[in-house]
Write a protein that binds this ligand. Structure first.
Ligand SMILES: [Fe+2]
Ligand SMILES: [Fe+2]
Length: 437
């Protein structure tokens, strides 16, 4: 069965609630058992530390908790015939998504999360799969596991997909027209370039991580499904709008979380030459996280040509107050380590703008410094930069435009291209490898 679109679901829900409210308890049950609607939906693939051998497949069911949740997978397509797939694994984590009063008021359906760990994968291999919840089987999808070698690859990156669209602009919920347009852009990019291996999200998915917001984020995320039902794996970070428990229920990182709980900081190895360190600006940036950061920057720097960091709140904001305590803490706690270990590029979100800073070291322009790009435009209304800040003078810049960026990693450069909503290129530049002793 085909996963249905938001509009179809919205009308289903409207009529369901209408009918439910007029019926007895037994009749209500009958209305709720509608296979098309309790079938698995919101399928996604999440990467954490070692995507060349591990991935998490997650999905949602509506209305029923269910008992049997499973992924069937194989390295060749079985066209959805579940018993033909060579491998299967049970979801290791299932549960009821927490709903708060506003969720009920807005009529979002009860949902259940399901997460399955796929381990011992082969690198750079297409995995075809279906998920099953109580005999209801999804369409077949596929994803490609992470590379292990040093071949060229690209990732997409962007942040801030909450709000955006026609009035009421700041209600923070549907219809999210701008987010949907950006998702269409992301789909177009992945369909034209099979070398894009993952999507890195700079956080602030919805106005909150309550279900009435995440539910619609997941509905809109189905726009991103590529040709042939390709799912682009997600590398997730956590932002200041993602603090509700729904984030932890719906974004599961498998073994990374089993080891360390819901800290949401980890290092992802992308091929043999690139490490992407995801940090969490919404917990203490000092203490354990700083110690972990220094240890990982030191070890990953030795092993990789390319070392990047991704986190939500910027060290070098171009919209919000430069002296704001959170930004200052990021700048004072992490940036000295970024500089000590010569990070190649820093990815920041939260400000709702497109920026590229000059290379920065010791808080001033320095040819050997780090360039910071960001600050989030996957549909969130764009703000205006403070154009007087020294770090966005040429060759830096800032502009108000929705954007998604493509980072291409090769032996000789990282090529960065920022695309606008209509596909136009808003910025492009290259980062060269650092000369290490
Ligand atoms: Fe934010
Ligand atoms: Fe934001």
């Amino acid at each position: 069965m085909k996963l249905s679109y938001s509009a179809a679901l919205a009308s289903f829900l409207f009529f369901s609630f209408f009918f439910i409210s007029c019926k007895s308890k037994e009749e209500k049950q009958q209305v709720l058992i509608d296979e098309a609607e309790i079938a698995p939906r919101h399928l996604r693939v999440v990467w954490a530390e070692d995507p060349s051998s591990n991935a998490v497949i997650s999905w949602t069911t509506l209305h029923e908790h269910g008992k049997n949740h499973k992924v069937y997978f194989d390295t060749i397509s079985k066209e959805g015939e579940k018993l033909d797939y060579a491998f299967q694994t049970l979801a290791s984590k299932n549960g009821s998504i927490s709903l708060v009063d506003e969720d009920f008021k807005e009529g979002v359906p009860q949902g259940y999360y399901h997460h399955a760990d796929l381990n011992n994968l082969k690198p750079s291999t297409a995995y075809y799969f279906v998920v099953e919840s109580d005999d209801l089987v999804s369409d077949e999808f596929y994803f490609i596991s992470g590379p292990e070698d040093d071949s060229e690859f690209s990732v997409l990156w962007g942040g801030d997909s909450r709000m955006g669209g026609p009035e009421p602009r700041y209600a923070g919920r549907t219809p999210h027209v701008d987010r949907q347009e950006m998702n269409k852009r992301i789909k177009a990019l992945i369909d034209e370039d099979p070398n894009i291996i993952a999507f890195i999200h700079g956080a602030d998915y919805g106005t909150t991580a309550d279900w009435r917001h995440l539910f619609w984020w997941f509905e809109d995320h189905e726009i991103v499904i590529g040709e042939g039902n390709r799912l682009l794996p997600l590398i997730l970070s956590r932002g200041n709008h993602d603090m509700q428990t729904g984030f932890e229920e719906n974004f599961w990182l498998g073994d990374t979380q089993r080891k360390r709980g819901f800290d949401y900081y980890f290092s992802t190895q992308l091929g043999s030459q690139a490490a992407m360190i995801t940090l969490n600006t919404e917990i203490s940036v000092a203490g354990d996280q700083r110690d972990w950061l220094e240890e990982n920057l030191a070890s990953k720097r030795k092993e990789n040509k390319w070392l990047l960091v991704n986190y939500h709140r910027p060290a070098y904001p171009v919209v919000k107050d430069f002296e704001n305590a959170t930004f200052k803490r990021v700048r004072e706690t992490w940036v000295p380590y970024f500089e000590k270990y010569n990070v190649d590029l820093a990815l920041e979100s939260d400000g709702h703008i497109l920026k590229r800073t000059v290379p920065i070291r010791n808080n001033k322009y320095d040819e050997t410094g780090i360039v910071y790009i960001g600050e989030g435009g996957l549909g969130v209304p764009q703000r205006v930069a403070d154009s007087t800040r020294w770090f966005i003078q040429p060759p830096g810049f800032a502009m108000s435009a929705h954007n998604v960026q493509k980072l291409t990693f090769s032996k000789d450069f990282i090529k960065i291209k920022a695309f606008g909503m209509d596909g136009g290129i808003l910025d492009q530049f290259e980062v060269k490898p650092r000369k290490m002793d």
